[in-house]
Ligand binder design. Structure first.
Ligand code: AMP
Ligand code: GLY
Length: 415
């Protein structure tokens, strides 16, 4: 079976890595990256994914990033009778437009932050009176994680409004822990993945500007079974019922004191959540994706290794702002000898070997019998890697450690 992976990041490397373990799968990727090239045949970006799929006779295509989904790649493939995992253009608006998504949540009674929509900054400024501070301002369209401002007071909100452009959402600030909940949907039903937590801010302690994600982990303690069930019943399944959603539906949630509330929908796998998830998944994944593309997910269940998986992102100096590229990368083999898998994102093959080519460069990923063991292994591997200006967070999984400690002390009868 020939599977084509569309994309070039760490998420797609992890997806390809997992699919490369499925018996009988021949892997192709476009545009891919040097890491993906070690396990798949690469087609450069000058051919469209549709042309590549037709040329190789792909039995199945899986799309990583949001941009082709929002532009309608799934509609295009289906019109040619090609099997593909992803949402149609109309459904991809759930990620492509925050205003569309918020109206959808209201109509479908999906729990989310109270909000109002403003057509321009002036209208938004007037609407601020109806909110308490801090308040959250969100630009309507795709912004690669950079279209959200949390303003502490009127002055901060007006400063943000002078920068944000076009229509926007103003919403209530929610308190709680953030969780990423992803489900694979086939138009009728949904198969949930294990819960993950991303680390969006660039510095330890959730400080500094937001990035695409500096690290993620998955373990069995992030959500209770009841919480997962509630998210499936109140968020994921109503969306599938209302839209016939196909592909990966990713709910970014705030676990508030009054239950889970949706911060945003993405219509794809998360990056770096996917690196942790693919590493932890025990199920043979290719047949599951085939079932999803053919509306046959009924009775499919995913199995996860009991122990957690952790991914730590190594980024270029300056990221998420401007950064330089072309820095030689060393130590990947040593890191893998430490028991980690190094997923590549912003890398390229230079004259002297592998070098940096993006903001998020590598996603070092490892597992263990428990979170401290997984973290020990992943950070030992991280320390083996070097490129000029490399930076990373040293506190990935810290919330998970606190949760584990709290449940151990509860078990001992401590408060
Ligand atoms: P979004 O792109 O909508 O997920 O927002 C990016 C980040 O902003 C989220 O991951 C949260 O950390 C934060 N955020 C968004 N909406 C809210 C909200 N209503 N309350 C608190 N934090 C929020
Ligand atoms: N890690 C967050 C995202 O993929 O949007």
């Amino acid at each position: 079976m020939r599977i084509l992976v569309v994309g070039s990041g760490g998420r797609e490397h992890a997806l390809a890595w997992k699919l490369s373990q499925s018996p009988g799968v021949e892997l192709f990727a476009t545009p891919g990256n040097p890491g993906i090239a070690t396990i798949a045949r690469i087609y450069p970006s000058d051919c469209s994914p549709l042309r590549v799929a037709e040329e190789i006779g792909a039995d199945l295509t899986v799309v990583g990033p949001e941009v082709p989904l929002v532009s309608g790649i799934v509609d295009e493939f289906r019109a040619r009778g090609l099997a593909i995992v992803g949402p149609v253009k109309e459904a991809a608006k759930l990620e492509g437009s925050k205003i569309y998504a918020k109206h959808f949540f209201s109509q479908s009674k999906i729990p989310t932050a109270a909000f109002t929509v403003a057509q321009d900054p002036l209208e938004a400024s007037r609407a601020l009176d109806r909110f308490r501070f801090p308040v959250v301002l969100k630009a309507d369209g795709l912004a690669a994680g950079k279209g959200v401002v949390i303003a502490g007071d009127h002055q901060g909100a007006n400063a943000a409004l002078s920068v944000l452009q076009g229509p926007l959402v103003i919403e209530e600030f929610l308190e709680g822990e953030e969780v990423s909940f992803i489900a694979l949907c086939d138009g009728k039903t949904a198969v949930p993945f294990a819960a993950t937590q991303d680390h969006k801010a660039v510095f330890d302690g959730d400080r500094g500007p937001n990035t695409g994600g500096m690290g993620a982990y998955s373990d069995s303690n992030i959500l209770t079974e009841n919480q997962s069930r509630e998210i499936l019943d109140r968020v994921i399944l109503p969306t599938v019922a209302a839209t016939g959603f196909t592909g990966f539906l990713y709910a970014g949630l705030m676990m508030t004191r009054t239950g889970p509330k949706v911060l945003e929908f993405n219509v794809r796998l998360g990056d770096p959540e996917t690196q942790a998830l693919m590493h932890r998944m025990a199920t043979d994944f290719a047949p599951v994706l085939v079932a999803a593309a053919h509306g046959e997910l009924n009775n499919v269940k995913l199995e996860w290794r009991e122990g957690p998986s952790v991914c730590v992102v190594l980024a270029s100096s300056g990221y998420p702002g401007a950064y330089e590229t072309g820095k030689p990368i060393s130590g990947i083999e040593t890191a893998e000898a430490e028991g980690a898998i190094v997923f590549q994102a912003g890398t390229r093959q230079g004259r002297r070997g592998l070098e940096t080519a993006g903001g998020r460069v590598l996603g070092v990923t490892a597992g263990g019998s428990d979170l401290p063991a997984a973290l020990g292994r992943v950070y030992a591997a991280v320390r083996a890697i070097h490129f000029e200006g490399m930076h990373y967070r040293t506190d990935i999984g810290a919330k998970g450690l606190r949760r584990a400690q709290a449940s151990t002390s509860r078990g001992r009868g401590e408060p």
